[in-house]
Design a protein around this ligand. Sequence first.
Ligand SMILES: [Zn+2]
Length: 403
Amino acid sequence: MSNQLEVEKRNHRKLGQELELFTSMEEAPGMPFFLPNGMVIRNELENLWRKKHQKAAYQEIKTPIMMKQELWEQSGHWDHYHENMYFSNVEEQHYAIRPMNCPGAILIYNSKRRSYRELPIRYAELGLVHRHELSGSLNGLLRVRSFTQDDAHLFVRVDQIESEIEKVLALIDELYGHFGFDYKVELSTRPEEYMGSEAIWDKAELALESVLKEKGIDYQINPGDGAFYGPKIDFHILDSLGRSWQCGTIQLDFQMPQKFNCTYVGEDNNLHRPVIIHRAIFGSVERFMAILIEHYAGEFPLWLAPVQAKIIPISDSHAAYANEVKSQFESAGLRVEVDDRSEKMGWKIREAEKQKIPYMIVIGDKEIESQSVALRKRKEGNLGVMGIQEAIQRFIIEINQNS
Ligand SMILES: [Zn+2]
């Protein structure tokens, strides 16, 4: 198959519709609606994300998506970003819908007195943001106006910068490895429009570069592509067609702590200024899903598949046992459905394959007699007859290998 055909076959908007993952509506252009199947994938991704972040000693927070306009003037977003922001007036108060999650995390940091002993503080937030994009540029889940960043803000002492960036690099490597993604690294430096002094920028750029060098990570320099508040390391994952997608980012920020007067009490009892590391791994959960849909061509690994097995009774008389099998799989935490339509078995198998369901469980007289199931795998065909618990164990082993 030519690459172009393969790209079309994998188009996430087409697959998103066929597999009923998400949809767009005129009522909210660029703001995707997630359907039940899509939510299963999304929740699995978020569960994995939570598990990895808890292990890495992050604390999860949730902050408002709408806050007073003054806050955005203070953060610099008003000056540098307001053309892409949405606003609202309520009771003569001006509000802005957040385009980024940083100020919320900073307000929580500032909500009490901090000591050097508490640092680093790592706040993680699956934060919904809105950014205006021209209607002509909208594209499924890839380019949207509302999306969820898998964000985190690390408040660190200057002496902790390098070790914290090393830890973020390791977490990113672990999470991408989970999907078998290789990735490229780029270091983006001071843009034309920037906040703060050149000396601080040089210091921040040097810090990022030295960690990359020390870790022996190959990287390219991307001059002028940094955020307005600091330089960044970007991560571009490579999908199964060899295409590269920018996802993760680590941004070092000496500006925001100043703008918001963030402080901590040092060992010397004086007030010091922490540094903020902004970072995301998926980037946008929505966009990462689009990439996964195309990467897997909709044939999700078992742990992500919205329906993990379709149970197919050969005739109506097998339906009761099919439902018994279903409840045993569900008790083990697996996602299965019974196809009890009055259609030929071959047709039902083809239907399940079209929906890219990983397994089919066929139930006939023989299976009922021996209290077993006949297992088929998508693309591989028959795997033979086995006990219900044996089949369930097989699923669980496959899921654990992946997650
Ligand atoms: Zn941020």
